[in-house]
Structure formats: C-alpha cells, structure tokens
Design a protein around this ligand. Structure first.
Ligand code: PHB
Length: 390
C-alpha cells in the first residue's frame, strides 16, 4: 500500500516535471537586450531613431527574435565617455543582458567594446564609426550595423578630388569620429591629387564656430570638408551660411551633416553634397516599405540612424536564428553573419571579416527636406580593417 502510494507519487512528479520541461521548451526565456544610447544631449535624436528602428524590426517579427521574446533594458549614455565603462557594466553585471546594442559616440563605443571583449558579451554597434572597433579592438562577437568613420570620409575624398578641388580645409569635433573621418577623407583626396591645407577642430560637443569660420574665410580654400552630426551639424550648417561662406566656398561632408537635421537646417542646407550609406530617395521597394512602416509607427520620417537600428535587429535575428537563440554559440553566430546578405533599406550589404558592413556609399544632395540620391560614390566599399586580427 505504502509502496504503491510512493510509486504513484513519484510517477506523478515525473509526469509533472516532463510537462514542465516541455512547457519550457515551448517558451524559451526572454532575450534581454541592453540598449545603451544617447537620449539626452547633441545626439539625443540619433539614439531615439536607432531605438525606433530596432523596435520596428522586432515588432515585424511579432515581438520575438529566433522565437525568444525580447525584453529591453535602457541606459542613457549621454555621449559621455567618462561614464561609459560604468554604464556598460550596469547592463552586463546588474541587468545580466544577453546582448548589448550601442552606441552613437565613438569614444563611448570604444569603452563598450573593451568591456564587451573582456566579458565575452555580444555587441552590435548601431552607429559609432570608431575605426578601432573593427580594427585593433575587433573581436569575433563584436559587430557593426552602420559604418566605419573611414568609409564616408574616404568616399568623399574621391568625389572632391574628381571635382577638381585642390586646396581644402577640414573642420570637425576633436575626437575619434572627427579625426578618423578627416583621415579617411584626406587619404583619398590627397591620393587623387588634392591637398588638405588646414585641419580645424573644436572639442566635442562645443558649437562655438565663429573664430574657425573666420579662419576659413581668411584661408580661402577651394572647398571645406566636415564631419558633424546631430545638434552640432544643425548649428554648423546655419552658422556657415550666416557667415556668408556658403556661396563662395562649397561645404561638403560625411552625410551625418544633413541626416535627421534638415527640418532644423531649412534653406541653409539646400544644395549641400554629402556621402553616406543611405539616401532619402532610393526608391527601392525594400526602402519604400521600410519608410512607410516607420512613418506610420513613429509619425516621423526615418533617417540613416533608424536604418542602422533596424539593421542591428536584422543582424541579431540572423545570428540568433543560426544558433537557435543560444547567444553562447559565438562562432556559429559570427559564421552566419559572414555568410549573410543583409536585406537593408539602404540596399543589401555583407559583413567583412572584421565585422563591419561592406556597402555602397552614395553621393547625395539636399533638395528641400530630402537627401536626394545623386549616384554611387563608392561601390561595395570595405573598411580596410587595419590592425584587426581575427
Ligand atoms: C561617432 O561618434 O562615431 C559618430 C557620431 C554621430 C554620427 C556619426 C558618428 O552621426
């Protein structure tokens, strides 16, 4: 009798645990995504666009990636490199995120990449172009859905040399993104026969441009190349026009100068030519459907940052599908991305050995509220990945 009861009890508990495990198999644990982005400061709008884009792709997949529901944890990194290590450690150690998505500012991204590398945490960078992240700091579990700072700069160097400009002044923020954008520009521009005669800069995120604009006027170059983004880009374009420089010394830039900024820049941006891996008038079915869905969902037009956020989610999805949602299978995750063609609104792109997009860089020109496509400045441009050993 007692024996029968014991037997029955253990049978019942075995049945229960079986039921439990099959229920578990049907509902895998949520995937915790740590979004480390700027939600305040000069890059605040960029952070929001990236988050929107990421969420749009997740929503299109019914709120799941590789069958796992997504739970977001957010940190405002304020584009402050001094706070970056603490912020990323909060996400990894306190919140136990499975994957990190971030960020916009190159200095903050380098701190993130260091922690991600040391801790083995999967990281997808949805903007920051810091060359080092897919260069000397590269790792098999660190990816970028955006660009390297070298890429748009290099493409514009070729464009401006071909236009016959000889003598150019550069102006940017003094930090990794500005320095590297100018370096990429200079590499191609001087190879094409031009000369950078002066490199002007001011500390990030300052926007007191007056004395630098006076120096440009005095130097009288053929043209100016610039890297600014977000609120700083709005101010530079307005101040450049107000100083009377726009009509005499053409201003060119990496496309961040006029992306997500045209409402605020108004007529002062009209006609500006820039290079970037996105444009507003690609007119492909893929981009049209993305733009429509984004505008419907968020009641605003998408920009390059929205595309990069969307593609960060697409890349995560491709990797996760290959490893059935198990982020610890890093080699297979990376393998899947190296074999993939990512079906981006910008046009399909591939991922290089050093985990950076290989992509077309477009030449665009501002017309009204759009960065209109002029042509392809550089086809399937791959960052050289200098210093990356993988
Ligand atoms: C960067 O810091 O790498 C950066 C920031 C804003 C941009 C592009 C690059 O729009």
């Amino acid at each position: 009798m007692t024996l029968t009861r014991t037997l029955l009890a253990s049978l019942a508990s075995a049945a229960l645990s079986l039921a439990g495990s099959s229920a578990l198999a049907q509902t895998p644990a949520k995937l915790k995504v740590g979004l480390m982005l700027p939600f305040t400061g000069t890059f605040a709008a960029l952070g929001t666009a990236i988050e929107n884009g990421f969420r749009l792709h997740v929503a299109e997949n019914g709120g799941k990636l590789a069958g796992r529901e997504i739970e977001f944890v957010k940190v405002d990194d304020e584009s402050d490199p001094a706070k970056a290590t603490d912020n990323v450690n909060k996400l990894i150690k306190r919140d136990n995120v499975d994957v990190l998505i971030g960020t916009v500012h190159s200095g903050v991204a380098m701190a993130m990449a260091k922690v991600a590398k040391d801790s083995g945490t999967l990281l997808i960078v949805p903007n920051a172009g810091a060359d080092a992240v897919t260069g000397p700091m590269c790792a098999s579990h660190i990816f970028r859905s955006s660009f390297s700072n070298w890429q748009p700069g290099y493409a514009m160097g070729e464009v401006m040399a071909k236009k016959g400009h000889k003598k150019v002044v550069t102006i940017t923020w003094k930090y990794a993104a500005g320095d590297e954008s100018v370096r990429g520009f200079k590499e191609a521009f001087e190879k094409g026969g031009g000369k950078v005669v002066k490199e002007l800069s001011l500390p990030f995120p300052n926007v007191e441009f007056q004395s630098l604009l006076t120096e440009i006027a005095a130097t009288k170059p053929d043209a100016v190349y610039t890297f600014f983004a977000g609120g700083g880009a709005v101010k530079l374009v307005k101040d450049y026009a107000a100083a009377g420089l726009k009509k005499n010394i053409p201003l060119y830039g990496a496309g961040f100068l006029t992306d997500g900024t045209l409402e605020a820049q108004g007529a002062d941006a009209e006609g500006l030519m820039t290079t970037l891996h996105y444009a507003d008038s690609l007119g492909t079915p893929r981009d049209n459907s993305f733009r429509l869905a984004y505008a419907k969902t968020f009641k605003m037009q998408p920009d390059v940052y929205a595309v990069q956020g969307y593609d960060a989610a697409q890349m995560l999805s491709i990797g996760l599908n290959a490893v059935k949602g198990d982020v610890s299978r890093k080699a297979e995750f990376a393998d899947a991305l190296h074999k993939a063609r990512i079906d981006s609104p910008r046009g399909a792109f591939t991922i290089s050995r050093s985990n950076n997009p290989v992509q077309d860089i477009y030449l665009r020109q501002v017309s009204g509220k759009e960065n209109k496509l002029v042509g392809i400045a550089s086809k399937a441009l791959a960052d050289p990945g200098r210093g990356c050993r993988l």
